[in-house]
Design a protein around this ligand. Sequence first.
Ligand SMILES: [Fe+2]
Ligand SMILES: [Fe+2]
Length: 301
Amino acid sequence: MKLAIMSDLHVDRNYLTEEDLRQLIQVLKEENVTALHLAGDTSNSPAQTCAIAAKFSNAGIETTFNFGNHELGEIDDPKQMEDYPDPHFLNLKGRSLSESTTLVGFNGWYDYGFLPGSTTAENEKRKELYLYDRAILRGGKDPMIMDQLLARLKPLLDELSKKKQTVLFATHFVPRPEFILWRSGGSKRWNLLNAFLGSPRLGELLAHYPNITDVTFGHTHHRFPPTKIGSITYHCRPFGYTMEWRLTYRFLIENQLLKPEEFRPRTIKTAVRENREAFDRFKTQHLAEEYRESLSLFSVE
Ligand SMILES: [Fe+2]
Ligand SMILES: [Fe+2]
């Protein structure tokens, strides 16, 4: 069997149509994928994410998912964030892929550990000012939520280690400092938001298990090449927003709508909006490539 893991599809924010999703199913079939896991931020709504998992499953690719921060804003009960009642939801649980291999899904969270020296009060204030996540009612302080999640994850990892299962681990948030970007110059102030990217404590925990071979995550919206650290290979190639896609950059350069030095979120959005029809044609032609670049594929014996 062949597993694909994908994160940050953002179906609603990217205005992905039925035809666009059909293209993704086509790409997965061309890659001989038999199982798919969506590692969070599939959409801004848990109901829509469940519907997408059902759609892919109905197309013959058994699909599971964990949540990212974007699904959580619509959930009022913090308990449901970790134990959502949907058959495709895979969080703090394993899914057997073969006799010897298990996929573990884990929403994860953040604990400000990627911004050393910052206080909880400072980070709470910044979150309130700048982040989508201020709408998420977790029912406790972020570092404490992360404590609780890691305490629930450890017994599952211990059990799979005891059973000598090879583990493929999928999560939404960043588990290691190697995947945190530090900006300089005028963009330096954005470094403060690194507090909300994930938790180095997750990476430390995972490193204790030699049976975990691969860890796939997203949330950072920056694609990295697969990176081996210790015995684990880390995969981070989120699909991300339209303004972040490679196809969008290519469209703007090839049509001489923007020069590389002019690329800013606002200029990209404006240029796409003003050339919507041509962009949509280009998107239809190149979306399959963008999908392929954001898939992490695993052949399972
Ligand atoms: Fe995202
Ligand atoms: Fe996210």
